[in-house]
Ligand binder design. Structure first.
Ligand code: UD1
Length: 364
């Protein structure tokens, strides 16, 4: 019997581990456990995702919570090491690019425990993003690297990572989307918020580059209010944004067409994405989900680590030029849309490929 531990920490991790968990249930020779670091801890940022994604209660909960990057990363390492010493797994799986990802990879690697990174190879080439540092470091010490899009193969080759560690398998987050999109039709959120399907704009903003800066915030509010002149806008507010925009005192200056909500659960959220006319975001995952669903997306960042969403999908990367963003958004709402296609291997079967490869790896 082999033992595998999958790590989750923050909101974007849960939908990536759920399809892996489900796939591991088919392998009777592998015991699969889940460790939640507790990087995200609010009910609406964590617990609801376990329920909706049909994940079991985590086997280990580290209860780390917030803190500076060093504090968060350090605390996760100290607590995860205890789990690894007690459990001695044959493989640790990490997903994505959050602080829990690098912290747990580094801890396992120092104990000579093999590690697999799911969603490897993505690069924004912007080292000011904490996630970029997490990605580069995680990939450099992982034993197995599972890639979602072909740009990842090029990036890993350029960094000198041996080709026999790298597998182009598709996108586990799309596995979850594919699996749950039908169930999400039972959501009544659009109705409850008074939104007409395909006639509203969905906004999510939480990156430090957008919401930690007062001047950028002022410009964003102007953009949102202008879009609010044309359509209802729904904006589920991340804890970071809530805190900062609260401190800046700008929330009251938003027009009444901008509907602010608490963070939204998975099923309601994918339903909102599906029925948006346009999404304005700085998220990584939403760029991919909108591409898969063929929904128009404007990304307010200077770079994307997910270029396939721009090259093949419906995403437009507009940096922090908010005048251009306003012009493009209004054009989209007037029917000038970007046509897209679904990227290669985003077919809902990435987790099958990944677990099959891991099973062979563990047998050797
Ligand atoms: C983290 C990830 C980011 C990801 C985002 C998704 C890193 C470096 N960043 O950023 O890549 O896109 O999650 O949400 O790992 N907070 C709460 N309740 C919670 C979680 C956080 O109040 O459940 C507060 C924290 O205390 C902190 C702030 O929100 O003050 C930010 O949380 P943090 O985990 O530091 O980073 P995120 O901005 O969420």
């Amino acid at each position: 019997m082999k033992k595998v531990i999958s790590v989750v920490g923050a909101r974007p991790n849960f939908m990536k581990v759920a399809p892996l968990y489900r796939e591991f249930q088919k392998y009777k020779n592998i015991e699969h456990e889940i460790c939640h670091t507790g990087q995200h801890y609010d009910e609406k940022m964590s617990k609801i995702f376990f329920e909706e994604l049909e994940l079991p209660k985590p086997d280990f909960y580290l209860g780390i919570g917030g803190g500076s990057h060093a504090e968060q990363t350090g605390k996760i390492m100290i607590e995860f090491e205890k789990v690894l010493l007690a459990e001695r797994p044959d493989l640790v799986i990490v997903v994505g690019d959050v602080n829990s990802t690098i912290a747990c990879t580094l801890t396992a690697s120092k104990l000579h425990i093999k590690t697999a990174h799911v969603e490897a190879g993505l690069r924004s080439f912007d080292r000011e993003m904490p996630e970029e540092v997490n990605r580069v470091l995680t990939d450099s010490i992982s034993d197995l690297l599972f890639v979602t899009e072909k740009s990842g193969l090029v990036n890993l080759a350029n960094e000198g990572i041996p080709a026999d560690k790298i597998f182009f398998v598709g996108n586990v987050m799309i596995d979850s989307l594919n699996n749950f999109i039908k169930k999400s039709e039972s959501s009544s959120l659009c109705e409850n918020l008074g939104l007409t399907k395909n006639k509203f704009v969905l906004v999510t903003l939480h990156r430090p580059s957008n919401v930690d800066d007062a001047l950028q915030t002022e410009k964003l509010i102007k953009l949102l209010n202008r879009i609010g002149d044309e359509r209802k806008v729904v904006f589920p507010v991340h804890p970071r944004t809530k805190k900062n925009w609260g401190d800046f005192g700008v929330i009251e200056t938003l027009s009444k067409n901008i509907i602010l909500t608490e963070p939204i659960g998975y099923l309601d959220f994918i339903n909102l994405i599906k029925y948006s006319e346009l999404i304005i975001t700085d998220s990584g995952g939403i760029q991919e989900e909108s591409t898969f669903l063929g929904v128009q997306c404007i990304t307010l960042r200077n770079s994307t680590e997910r270029p396939v969403t721009v090259d093949v999908g419906t995403n437009q990367l507009l940096g922090n030029d908010l005048e251009k963003a306003e012009k493009t958004a209004l054009e989209v709402l007037n029917g000038k849309i970007k046509h897209g296609a679904i990227p290669e291997l985003w077919d809902g079967k990435a987790s099958q490929r990944i677990v099959s490869i891991m099973n062979k790896y563990l047998a050797n």
